[in-house]
Design a protein around this ligand. Structure first.
Ligand SMILES: [Zn+2]
Length: 247
């Protein structure tokens, strides 16, 4: 995203300096140089993986060209997942009908390509899970930046999905979400930043953007909730990442 144009190299260096082993970075096929930048970062050690898709905010721009580009990226083994895809009935930046078409079409593409999906869900959990269930994915996926109820989490787990927690987990008002995070089975947990958004406590409110290095703060809170050491939790989430994205 443009927020990182001035110092992307330093941000990446700080992330790996903070102990991250791998990063998955999704590009939106309809947004500027997003894909180009990520495909360049992709070759960077220790490991940055790329995903691509059309976000529900941009769903009105999803067209046959996007479909063809996704197929080409997968054939060339340049993407590890299809995403972010999904439904966002909070912001409604694209019409619901366009969102549904883009989401269901990209679920079908992920199935055909044998790739996992990264799903963005906002006020749309029930419908998302219906669509995922009907798609019959072969590689499952992740509900990213999870902020919904245990009922939705449980149904996603039944469908083989992984649940990813962002800085929201550290927010004072997120007690319900912390309850969900205690209950998710270890084999289905991930952590993420959603940067430049959602800076975790203690950075929340003090910085203009979030960055990947700070996923450690979210991981610390998650480890505490589950009575695990940070090292134990990191081993779990790193293992889950490698399994889900075939590292
Ligand atoms: Zn998202």
């Amino acid at each position: 995203m443009e927020a990182f144009d001035p110092d992307r190299e330093e941000v990446v260096a700080r992330a790996f300096g903070a102990g991250l082993e791998a990063i998955l970075c999704p590009a939106d096929l309809t947004v500027g140089r997003s894909l180009e930048i990520i495909l360049d970062l992709r070759l960077r050690p220790p490991r940055i993986l790329a995903a691509a898709g059309v976000h529900p905010h941009q769903a009105r721009l999803f067209d046959p060209d996007c479909r063809a580009r996704l197929h080409a990226l997968a054939a060339e083994r340049r993407i590890a997942a299809v995403g972010e895809i999904g439904l966002d009935f909070h912001y409604h930046f694209s019409e619901a009908a366009d969102q549904r078409l883009a989401f269901r079409t990209q679920l079908g593409i992920a199935k055909d390509l044998g790739l996992p999906v990264i799903v963005h869900s906002r006020n749309a959990g029930v419908e998302i899970l219906e669509a995922v269930s009907e798609a019959g994915l072969t590689r499952g996926g992740v509900l990213h930046c999870f902020s919904e109820t245990w009922e939705i989490a449980g149904k996603a787990l039944d469908l083989g999905f992984t649940i990813s927690f962002s800085g929201i987990l550290t927010f004072p008002g997120a007690a319900n979400l912390r309850d969900v995070a205690r209950k998710v089975p270890a084999g289905r947990l991930l952590v993420e930043t959603d940067s430049p958004y959602l800076a975790p406590v203690p950075f929340r409110g003090k910085v203009r953007r979030n960055e990947p290095a700070w996923v450690a703060e979210t991981a610390k809170v998650l480890a505490g909730l589950r009575n695990e050491s940070l090292e134990e939790l990191a081993a779990v989430t790193t293992g889950n990442f490698k399994t889900l994205f075939s590292v």
